[in-house]
Structures are given as structure tokens and as C-alpha cells.
Design a protein around this ligand. Structure first.
Ligand code: FAD
Length: 462
């Protein structure tokens, strides 16, 4: 039995970052995970493998659609699915081993196994009970289920199964037009599958800027994805390896069915806290199964903290990381802070979609006077050269003060471009601050400056 200052349960982006920061701050730290490898959902079955497949299939798309126009002629590459899977696995391994290296470097004890908390200050893993002054729960999340749809990870898969299908399906149905559904739907559509996305709501990617939603759906349709909107899935039957998904259209209650080789259930994720013993400890939970914490990530039980997907807030790796760092600072007696208003969201399709801060809808609901500066990538030289001129940058700023309130980007490298605006917003910048900052030419980031200019006297290239 060992004694620690901190034991972190879970080694995803929340847990491993918390552990590293705790160790850097001089706390004796251990991190427990039930998986064979470090890195949690994100590195093993989430962000990293999905981005590897998105990258590989985007390269294929470029070869098939844009190479010839640039004078790069010849046979388009054929798909070696096994090799693409091993490229994905190598990417995972490189990243998880990287965390292993960082744990060694920071002298963090990696305890393999499933943990429970018999009482505050104690963590049980297998037959061993370890003591810790403080415990951070970073146990993450798992795919949400849907009544009538049973996941077997063969024909009907969660995101985990979708990352490692035995073969590329001919027909795929994706239930849910959220981030994961659209990213994985794009992957298989680029690989030749006929992909139909069935969504309960009338718009894709709920909560996003309405103009972005429309543009995004139009672009995805152009890429070959089909959509059935406003459809409540009733069930999914599997026979001889083929699935039939039945749904009811909300507008007229009419029923229809659709067949597929593979069905991806992507209706969201829910916190994972099984086996920790939280009920016996009296840890307060929300109705949605999230661990409740105070502003310093402490639960109602002293010495037990929680971060990441297991608590309230957007289920994003960088939100978990931010909380991991801030919670470690708190445990070391410092100040820890996360600005929940400025957590960017990104969808890694092509084009990418990114957002931060308020949408027009939320500003309207608040009755706040705002102005819109918008710039199309059609006016951006670099985007035109790279066949990436679909989309726009939209900046929302306070009508009186010009302070930036939100930004919405659909276009090339949107996931990187958004950070200029995040930093500007952290500093309370006005749109004019971006507009007056020199931006190198020719870069995609000029579109951000032009959108900022459009909040004032007008963009130059519009
Ligand atoms: P997790 O990463 O879920 O890690 C929790 C870890 O805790 C797991 O390894 C689990 O084994 C371990 N654990 C749980 N209970 C115990 C226990 N009792 N004992 C021991 N170990 C335990 N987010 C982004 O920001 N960008 C993306 O591009 C992105 N893409 C995604 C793609 C997919 C397909 C999926 C599924 C998710 C994606 N996400 C993305 C979401 C992101 O993965 C999560 O928000 C993030 O992993 C949450 O981090 P976490 O540390 O809270 O938990």
C-alpha cells in the first residue's frame, strides 16, 4: 500500500493532464486506469483515431477530386483498409506511449486496474488499497444508448466500433447528426459508402450558429451524404448481418425504413462512473448522471474532486484538460481557473467547423445589440488556390463597444483559426483590434481579419 498526495482515477485528457500538473507542482501523484494504455477515450477510441481516419480519407478526397485540376495526373490511390487501420493504430500508439514517457519523466506512478473509492482518502485497485490526501475522478464518458437500437459493435456500432470496422460498408446509416456522427459519416462517405444520416431535430449540429448549420449541411450533401431530418428512430433490426432502421417523421408521423450494412449510433455520450462506489460515499450527482462539483471541482465529499466528461459542461478533451490543470493548481494551494465562456468547439470534417462564444440566437435571446462581420473564403486567395473556398468567417461584436462576443467559422483550418479569436476574446478585444493587426498574406487567417474589418467600415476583398 502506497500513500500519495493525489490519486487521479482515469488517464484521459482530464486525468493525465491533472496528474502531470500535480507532479510538476511537487505533489506525489499516481494515476489509475482500467485500460491497457494511457490516454483515455480521447487517445484510444476518440479524438486521435478519428482524426487519423479523417486525415487519410481527406487525402484520398484531394487525390480523387483536386489533383488532376492541379496538373497531378495519373491513377488515384486505391484504399488499403488494413494499412489505413494500422496507420491509425500507429498514431494511437505514438500518442499513448508519449503519455507513458511523460508519466515516467514526472515520476507519476501508473496503476493499472479498475479503481473504487471505499472511503475518502482511499482508492482500491484489485486487492490493493492506496491512500491519498486528495482524489481526482476523471472517469470520462461512454456512448449513450437509444431505445430499440442494440449495439453489437459488428453491424450496429458505437463510435468505438466505427473506428475499427472489419470492412468498408456499402451502405451506412448514422443515427444522430452531431459531431461524432458527421465526422465518422464523412470518413466512410469518402471511402465510398452510401451514408445516410438520420436526425431527430430539423438542423444538424444542435446549438451551432444557424447559418453555419445550413452551409455545413449543404456542403456535406454536395459531398454525397444524405440526410433524413426530423426523424425519430423507432428501432433497428439485424438479420444475417444486415440492419433495418425504422423511423417516424415528426412532421406527419409517417413511418419509413432504411437498410444498411452498418449502423452507427451517435446520439451523444453520458458520464461513466460505474464501479467507483459514489452512491455509497454519498457523492451528489445530477439527474443526467454527472458528478456535481463546486467552483473548485470538489464534490460534496471533502478531498474528492471530479473533472472532465464525468462532470457538467461540454464533453471535449480540451475542456477536460483545462479542468485537470486548474484542479491540480487548487490542490497545490494555488488559484485554478477555467473560462467556460470561451471553450472552442471544432468539427474536423472538410471544411472544418469551429465556434466560440455567443451565437446570434443567444444574443437575440439576451436582447443584446450586436453587429455581424462576415467574410467568405471565396475572397481569400489562399483558399481559392487550395480548392478550399467553401465557407466563411463570422464575427459577432457588441454594437456599441465593438467587443467581440462570438465567432463562427466554416472553412479550411477553422479549428486552428478560431484560436486567434479565443485569445482576442480572453483579452476583451474589440473587432477593430483584430482588424488593425497585420495578418500575413496569403493565409487563411486573412479571412478572420476581413471578418473583423466587416464589423467596422467593411472588408477589403468582399
Ligand atoms: P476519458 O478520456 O473518457 O478518460 C477516462 C478514462 O478513465 C478511461 O481511460 C477509463 O478507462 C478510465 N476509467 C473510468 N473509470 C475508471 C475506474 N473506475 N478505474 C480506472 N479507470 C477508470 N473531444 C475533442 O475535444 N476533440 C475531438 O476531436 C474529439 N473527438 C472525439 C471523437 C470520438 C469518436 C469520441 C468518442 C470522443 C471525441 N471527443 C473529442 C471527446 C473526448 O474524447 C472527451 O471529451 C475526452 O476524452 C474526455 O476526457 P476525460 O479525461 O474526461 O475522460
Amino acid at each position: 500500500m502506497a500513500t500519495y498526495d493525489v490519486i487521479v482515477i482515469g488517464s484521459g485528457p482530464g486525468g493525465y493532464v491533472a496528474a502531470i500538473r500535480c507532479a510538476q507542482l511537487g505533489l506525489k501523484t499516481a494515476c489509475v486506469d482500467g485500460r491497457e494504455t494511457l490516454g483515455g477515450t480521447c487517445l484510444n477510441v476518440g479524438c486521435i483515431p478519428s482524426k487519423a481516419l479523417l486525415h487519410a480519407t481527406h487525402m484520398l478526397h484531394e487525390a480523387e477530386h483536386n489533383f488532376a485540376a492541379m496538373g497531378l495526373k495519373g491513377k488515384s490511390p486505391s484504399v488499403d483498409w488494413k494499412q489505413m487501420q494500422s496507420y491509425k493504430q500507429d498514431t494511437i500508439d505514438g500518442n499513448t506511449k508519449g503519455i507513458e514517457f511523460l508519466f515516467k519523466k514526472n515520476k507519476i506512478d501508473w496503476i493499472k486496474g479498475w479503481a473504487s473509492i471505499p472511503e475518502a482518502g482511499k482508492v482500491k485497485v484489485g486487492d490493493d488499497t492506496h491512500e491519498a490526501k486528495n482524489i481526482i475522478i476523471a472517469s470520462g464518458s461512454e456512448p449513450a444508448s437509444l431505445k430499440g437500437v442494440e449495439v453489437d459493435e459488428k453491424t450496429v456500432v458505437s463510435s468505438t466500433g466505427a473506428l475499427e470496422l472489419g470492412k468498408i460498408p456499402k451502405k451506412m446509416v448514422v443515427i444522430g447528426a452531431g459531431v461524432i456522427g458527421l465526422e465518422m459519416g464523412s470518413v466512410y462517405s469518402r471511402l465510398g459508402a452510401e451514408v445516410t444520416v438520420v436526425e431527430y431535430l430539423d438542423a444538424i449540429t444542435p446549438g451551432m450558429d444557424a447559418e453555419v448549420q445550413k452551409t455545413f449541411q449543404r456542403i456535406l450533401k454536395k459531398q454525397g451524404l444524405k440526410f433524413v431530418m426530423g426523424a425519430a428512430v423507432q428501432g433497428c433490426e439485424v438479420k444475417n448481418g444486415k440492419a433495418t432502421v425504422t423511423y417516424k417523421l415528426r412532421k406527419d408521423d409517417s413511418e419509413a425504413e432504411i437498410e444498411a450494412d452498418t449502423v452507427l449510433l451517435a446520439t451523444g455520450r453520458k458520464p461513466f462512473t460505474d464501479g467507483l462506489g459514489l452512491a455509497d460515499l454519498g457523492v451528489e450527482m445530477s439527474e443526467r448522471g454527472q458528478i456535481k462539483t463546486d467552483d473548485h471541482w470538489q464534490t460534496n465529499v471533502k478531498g474528492i474532486y471530479a473533472i472532465g466528461d464525468a462532470i457538467d459542461g461540454p464533453m471535449l478533451a480540451h475542456k477536460a484538460e483545462d479542468e485537470g490543470m486548474a484542479c491540480a493548481e487548487v490542490l497545490a494551494g494555488n488559484h485554478g481557473h477555467v473560462d467556460y465562456n470561451l471553450i472552442p468547439g471544432v468539427i474536423y470534417t472538410h471544411p472544418e467547423v469551429a465556434n466560440v462564444g455567443a451565437t446570434e440566437q443567444t444574443l437575440k435571446d439576451e436582447g443584446r445589440a450586436y453587429k455581424v462581420g462576415k467574410f467568405s473564403f471565396m475572397g481569400n486567395g489562399r483558399a481559392k488556390a487550395n480548392f478550399a473556398a467553401d465557407g466563411f468567417v463570422k464575427i459577432l461584436a457588441d454594437k456599441e463597444t465593438d467587443r467581440i462576443l462570438g465567432a463562427h467559422i466554416i472553412g479550411p483550418m477553422a479549428g486552428d483559426l478560431i484560436h486567434e479569436i479565443c485569445v482576442a476574446m480572453e483579452f476583451g478585444a474589440a473587432a477593430q483590434d483584430i482588424a488593425l493587426t497585420s495578418h500575413a498574406h496569403p493565409t487563411y487567417s486573412e479571412a478572420v481579419r476581413e471578418a473583423a474589418l466587416a464589423c467596422g467600415d467593411g472588408a477589403i476583398h468582399a
